[in-house]
Design a protein around this ligand. Structure first.
Ligand code: GUN
Length: 289
């Protein structure tokens, strides 16, 4: 079984991006800048946001972290986003999800200027993706495509199954696979006989959001399995350990390639956010000419 090592792919892309950013700054006297908004105190979100701003700085981009109280009103949050929309030194804006229950995710995501949408979740960017004219692609599905590309795993004409239908992963994932000529099924919590889909698939992208949900029994021999899940269970054999949606240890001598957790899709997701931020800076420059 080939282990799809996202950490290694991310490292290689990081070095290439660093050079590009260095050249860009020298040529245009402009530093790409990302603003990350964290609402509340979700511990996992805090770690993610810290890693995003840190990686940004390591690449020579600027980063601003804005911490807001969990009790902030929609109106006040919108006002903070409006400030960032107007700030010419900020090219990418990201509001860390999930948000506290009283805030509407889609209203906030649509408040960010489409041309500063580092996540690719603005309705205009989602529409462009489905129209086959992608501008900014959501980081996690883009990370999956980049891993497959790195290992020269072609998806064209393959039977692909995506488990999960979220705006952030499942739907854009299906769109990207379709744009590369895969035949795609989207499965979800209401799908009947999930294993009938997964067992006949050549490529399975698992974004079910359930720790260690699927093992060997779910996959065809020789399939490619990409695990988007990331969990830290509080009890059981994996208590306090990171694990994915897939029981990775069962896949050896069965599937042809798979991503581990940790070290698979996760490290690539942040890299794709960095690439999106740089792309937004390039777009902003092109528009100002
Ligand atoms: N929370 C978990 N993943 C993500 C992501 O890719 N973007 C944002 N904004 N929040 C997240």
């Amino acid at each position: 079984m080939l282990i799809l090592d996202g950490k290694q792919v991310a490292r290689a892309r990081f070095e290439r991006l660093k050079v590009k950013i260095f050249d860009f700054k020298a040529k245009y006297s402009m530093t790409p800048g990302l603003a990350v908004i964290l609402v509340g105190e979700n511990p996992a979100s805090k770690v993610y946001v810290h890693n995003k701003t840190k990686t940004c700085n390591e690449l020579g981009m600027s980063s601003t972290q804005i911490n807001l109280p969990a009790t902030i009103s929609q109106q006040d949050l919108n006002a903070r986003i409006a400030e960032l929309n107007a700030d010419r030194s900020i090219h990418g804006i990201l509001v860390q999800l999930p948000l506290p229950k009283h805030l509407s995710e889609h209203k906030i995501l649509d408040e960010i200027l489409a041309r500063k949408d580092a996540d690719g979740l603005h309705i205009e960017n989602q529409g462009l993706l489905w129209a086959g004219r992608p501008r900014i692609i959501p980081c996690t599905p883009n990370a999956v495509m980049a891993i497959l590309e790195h290992y020269q795993i072609s998806v064209a004409s393959k039977r692909a199954v995506v488990i999960g239908r979220s705006q952030i992963v499942g739907k854009p994932m299906a769109s990207l696979l379709l744009s590369r000529d895969a035949s795609v099924s989207i499965c979800h919590s209401k799908t009947k006989d999930l294993l009938a889909y997964t067992r006949s698939a050549e490529l399975v992208i698992v974004a079910a959001g359930q720790a260690r949900f699927l093992g060997r029994e779910a996959f065809a021999k020789g399939a490619v399995v990409v695990d988007v899940g990331i969990h830290r269970p509080t009890s059981g054999d994996f208590a306090n350990k990171l694990c994915g949606d897939v029981r990775f240890e069962e896949l050896e001598n069965w599937v042809s390639a798979a991503t581990p957790v940790p070290g698979g899709v996760g490290p690539m997701t942040i890299q794709m956010l960095m690439e999106n931020t740089f792309r937004l800076a390039e777009l902003s420059l092109a528009e100002s000419k």
